[in-house]
Design a protein around this ligand. Structure first.
Ligand code: FMN
Length: 337
């Protein structure tokens, strides 16, 4: 049986290096993805700022946005030199800016070009080259669109495909709406895996719990979680044990904060603002008594100049250490009321 795998989705503005370092404290095995970086930025931009990452983040994949095979090959080479473990091509982002650049989800309409992009990157680096796509765009037939894209990238040597199991609608929906409104079609992704038993296939979109993840893993090789992993990172604590048969690196969210502290201290010493890191931690204690006070404390105090580790510790002190989660309902009601 092949090893099932778990990944945290690439998310612009969210999965930066601080976020990934936090996630790594919760799971040694989950594969982490960068935010999408365009080939132009990689080739011409401030590389260290865009691509630099902490050695502890491995295994970490960089996601590229682009559609020019030569530029993608050059960008892939640069990323390989930075030490990334995988190069991923974005064929799923529907934003206008991306469409103008003729990449992202609109590439679902140009499978041959995507194949050329993958082939160019495969020739340029020794790393796995993977693709993240949708099941189709606009009025495309999802059977045909996804099959054609898959055929093309597999022929080019694509090592793994992650499919966000809904279409992207290129006109009329914002990127955010495009993550919720087009209906999910998980069976379409299962059929792809059945038709392509040798291709590692991961499913993405709307997965809310480890229970749901396990259901999907009966039909595909991997699961990619985005918003839930970001908003409730404690879910990552189950990944190592449930998928890889290993003990998690820490027991709970409290230990996770302690394990993250040295990273926070090192960045503070470099001049990084506390808030740049704590903004990714707001959901860490979701469901525990005191979680709202913790969030409020961080939201107001961590943005202040000079905020440091003590600010974080003070926020955590608001959270009850007893493992009673019944207050979830109470907190939920308070949030509504
Ligand atoms: C804030 C945000 C930013 C995102 N940025 C990217 C991105 O840069 N590249 C990408 O392929 N997908 C991006 N996505 C989509 C996610 O990777 C994922 O496909 C989507 O959220 C569905 O998974 P989920 O329901 O588990 O969140 C983003 C999603 C969010 C919420």
């Amino acid at each position: 049986m092949t090893q099932k795998f778990f990944t945290v989705a690439p998310m612009m503005d969210w999965t930066d290096r601080h976020c990934r370092s936090l996630h790594r404290v919760l799971s040694r095995r989950a594969r982490l993805y960068t935010e999408m970086v365009t080939t132009g930025a990689v080739i011409h931009g401030p590389r260290e700022r865009l691509l630099g990452f902490d050695a502890a983040e491995h295994p970490v994949a960089v996601q590229l946005g682009g559609s020019d095979p030569t530029e993608l090959a050059a960008a892939a080479r640069i990323c390989a030199d930075f030490g990334y473990d995988e190069i991923n091509l974005n064929v799923g982002c529907p934003s206008d800016r991306v469409q103008n650049g003729r990449f992202g989800a609109c590439l679902m309409q140009e499978p041959a070009l995507v194949g050329d992009c993958v082939a160019a990157m495969k020739a340029a680096v020794r790393l796995p080259v993977t693709v993240k796509c949708r099941i189709g765009v606009d009025d495309q037939d999802t059977e045909e669109a996804l099959n054609r894209l898959t055929d093309s990238v597999v022929a080019a040597g694509c090592d793994e495909l992650t499919v966000h199991a809904r279409k992207a609608w290129l006109q009329g929906l914002s990127p955010k709406e495009n993550r919720d409104i087009p209906p999910l079609d998980y069976p379409r992704v299962y059929r792809l895996k059945q038709a392509r038993p040798d291709l590692p296939v991961a499913i993405n979109g709307g997965i809310r719990s480890m229970e749901e993840a396990h259901e999907h893993l009966r039909n595909v090789d991997g699961v990619m979680l985005g918003r839930v992993a970001y908003h409730e990172p404690e879910i990552l604590l189950s990944v190592d044990r449930e998928l890889y048969g290993e003990e998690p690196p820490v027991a709970d969210a409290f230990e996770a904060v302690e394990a993250y502290e040295p990273y926070v201290a090192a960045r503070l010493a470099e001049g990084v603002r506390l808030h740049s890191m704590t903004r990714h931690m707001l959901g860490l204690f979701t469901g525990r008594p005191g979680a709202r006070a913790y969030r409020r404390h961080l939201a107001t105090e961590a943005t202040k100049p000079g905020a440091g580790l003590q600010t974080l510790r003070d926020a955590v002190a608001d959270v009850s250490r007893s493992d009673v989660r019944a207050s979830q309902c109470v907190e939920g009601l308070a949030a509504v009321g």
